[in-house]
Every structure is written in C-alpha cells, then in structure tokens.
Design a protein around this ligand. Structure first.
Ligand code: IMP
Ligand code: MG
Length: 368
C-alpha cells in the first residue's frame, strides 16, 4: 500500500502486464504505419511514460509532438477540458496517432478530436494505455487499446493524483474500502478453527474455509463444484482457476462484508497472487497473514489428546501427526516469505488459554 497526499492506494496492475499491453499496441502500430511517417500526438501530462515506451518501440520514421489538456481535479473529472499547450504543427494531411494514458469519459478525446478536425485532420487514430469502457460515453472509436479497467481511480505509470504518483512503474488503485482480510494459518492442532470462529464474531468477518467451499459446491452440484469434482475423481489437483472462481463467488455473496478470513487458501505463491487480484477487483487487499505459532511437541500432545475422543484416525498416529506438521511448515514457508516481503506476516503465539490467544490475535488485527 502507498499513500499519496491524503489517500491510500493499493497495487492493481503490474509492470509486466503494462509492458505486455504496450508491446501489443506497438507491434500493431509498427505494422499499420510501416510505410508512413506518422505524427504521434501525446496528451500531456499523463501520457509521457506511455509515449516514450511506444516511441522506443516504433521502428520507422516518425515525429512526436505534445498537447496539454486537463480535466481532472483530485480524483474527479470536471467535465471541462482545458487546452493548456496547443498544437503548432500542420496536421492537415498527416497520419496522426493520438497517444493517451487513459480514456475515461472520453471528454478529452472528444475535445482533442474536434481540435484536430478544425485543423483539417480527419483521419487520426487513437491509442490509449488504459480505458474505462464502463464509463466511456462517446462514439469515437479507440483504435489501439492497452488494458480495459473498471471505473476506478488509478495512479502510476504517468498518471497522478494531484501531481503525485506519476513516477510509479506499476499502477495502483484507490483503496476504496477498509475491509479487514485475513489469511489465517496454523499447524494442525494450533486452534485455528476455534480462533477463526471467535474472530469472525468479534470483527464481523466472513469465514471462508476452502474445504467447506469445496464441499458445499460439490454437494450442491454447482457448475464449479461439478467441474472441481471431475478433477478430484480423476485424482488430479483442482486447477487454481476453479478454486479462485469458487472463492470469488463466496466473496460476491457478501458484498457488504467488513472483511474475510481465508482459511486453507492460498497455499502457493500463484494462489496468493490470484487472491490479491480477486481482492483488488473489489478495491481491497489482504490485510495480513496471521499464523498461530505452536511448538511441534505441544501440537503432537494436543492432537494425541484430541485423538482419544475425536475418533479421527489421523489424530491417533504420532507418525502421521508429525508428517502433517511437516507438510504444514513446507507449505507455509513459501507464503510466510511472500507476505513478509509485503510486511503482512504476523506470527502469533498460539500457546495458552483460548481467550489469551484471541487477545494476542486481536492486538495484531487492531494494529493493521
Ligand atoms: P476523460 O476526459 O474523462 O476521458 O479523462 C481523461 C483524462 O482524465 C486522462 O487523460 C487523465 O488525465 C484523467 N484521468 C482519468 N481517469 C484517471 C485516473 O483513474 N487516474 C488519473 N487520471 C485520470
Ligand atoms: Mg491525460
């Protein structure tokens, strides 16, 4: 998360994704304008970074010029576009390509296209790195489109919030809500289930246990459940995409949730990336990975004790117990590292009375 002026922004589009989009646009431009000498008109300020990337990739003769238009104040469009730097070139019979960082309502593009028409340029093309198709109100065709984004305020890669953020090489979106999303971890026997239940009540969170979600979808033969079952029946792992779609459906069922406790997911870095994407699409993010820490010997004793009454065969055999604990540490090590890099990993001492442990967890959650 980053802060610009008074607002918080969370990661949204990676540099890699942006580069892929720019490569694609540039490839098409190189093809379409191979035997021409186009004039690129870059719309300042936001388009400077996109412009430089496109121009670097353009392999034929070309010219570049700039106009400066402005319509945004803070995070809102004013619907009035001002021309701050005009166009000096003769463009009447040029092959013009407008380079925009982002097309939102399309007001800017409309004003600019009128300016071009007034100057006798009738056939120009428009290339934009980002496009908010949901809010675009104009008929003007966008010829080269990088990435279509939902109606969110973004910064980075040339785009700013009141002057700041243009230098970011990734795109961030305005953090739109204050959800608390926890990824809860704990080795078998750490009391994860118990604590999840308490935290869910205390913070009014929705507990999403991947195991439960799977069982629910399979039992009710939902499309995704049936799909998942087809893999399970063949003894194959359910692809991440299917799992994430199920989680997405769970998240969508609770549009007003104050947050979620994810339990049993993610297990891999890829899954953690998918979860980040899923939450980003809701304008949110993982707040913390919280892991209950309990020594192996204590876990073994607890589980053996539980095995005496639970009837679970995997709780009765010490060798199986130790192996389950080992598997847990192998799996979580990767994620611990992943979330530690984002300063989101919190280990919490899981030994003591239930309410003592809840208090430790609460201290962590309250500090987020
Ligand atoms: P439009 O006139 O509504 O299409 O808006 C176009 C201009 O508004 C862009 O060139 C940007 O300068 C600015 N703009 C639109 N959306 C955003 C955003 O999400 N972040 C930053 N600037 C934006
Ligand atoms: Mg602009």
């Amino acid at each position: 998360m980053i802060k610009l002026h008074d607002l918080q922004f969370i990661p949204f589009i990676t540099e890699d994704e942006i580069i892929v989009a720019i490569d694609k646009i540039s490839e098409k431009l190189n093809k379409d304008f191979a035997d021409k000498t186009p004039l690129f008109i870059s719309v300042l300020n936001g388009a400077f970074m996109f412009t430089s990337e496109v121009i670097k990739r353009f392999n034929h003769d070309c010219e570049v010029t700039f106009v400066k238009l402005s319509s945004y104040q803070g995070t809102k469009t004013t619907h009035q576009v001002q021309q701050l730097i005009g166009l000096e070139e003769n463009i009447s019979d040029r092959d013009v390509i407008i380079l925009e960082d982002i097309v939102d309502t399309g007001n800017t593009i409309e004003v600019l296209s009128n300016i071009l028409k007034d100057k006798g340029c009738t056939t120009f093309k428009i290339a934009t790195l980002f496009f908010k198709s949901e809010v675009y109100t104009k008929q003007i065709n966008i010829d080269y489109l990088g990435i279509d984004i939902p109606n969110r305020f973004i910064v980075g890669y040339g785009l700013d919030y009141n002057g700041l953020g243009r230098n970011l090489t990734e795109v961030y979106q305005l953090k739109s809500n204050t959800m608390t999303n926890l990824v809860l971890f704990g080795p078998p026997g750490a009391g994860k289930g118990t604590q999840a239940e308490v935290l869910k009540q205390k913070y009014d969170l929705i507990h999403i246990s991947t195991g439960d979600v799977f069982r629910y979808n399979i039992k009710n033969a939902t499309d995704l459940g049936t799909l998942a079952k087809s893999y399970i029946d063949k003894g194959q792992l359910v692809p991440d995409e299917v799992t994430i779609n199920m989680l997405n459906a769970e998240v969508d069922k609770n549009p007003d949730a104050k947050g979620f406790i994810f339990d049993g997911f993610p297990r891999t870095e890829d899954q953690a990336d998918s979860l980040a994407k899923l939450l980003a699409s809701k304008g949110s993010e993982v707040s913390a990975m919280v892991a209950l820490e309990v020594e192996d010997e204590v876990l073994v004793q607890r589980l053996l004790e539980r095995g005496k009454t639970s009837g679970r065969p995997d709780d009765a055999d010490e060798r199986i117990i130790r192996n389950r604990i080992k598997v847990y540490y192998n799996e979580t090590a990767i994620l611990k590292n992943y979330y530690q890099k984002q300063d989101k990993y919190f280990g919490v001492d899981g030994v003591g009375a239930i309410d003592e442990i809840t208090e430790r967890l609460s201290n962590t959650i309250d500090s987020l």
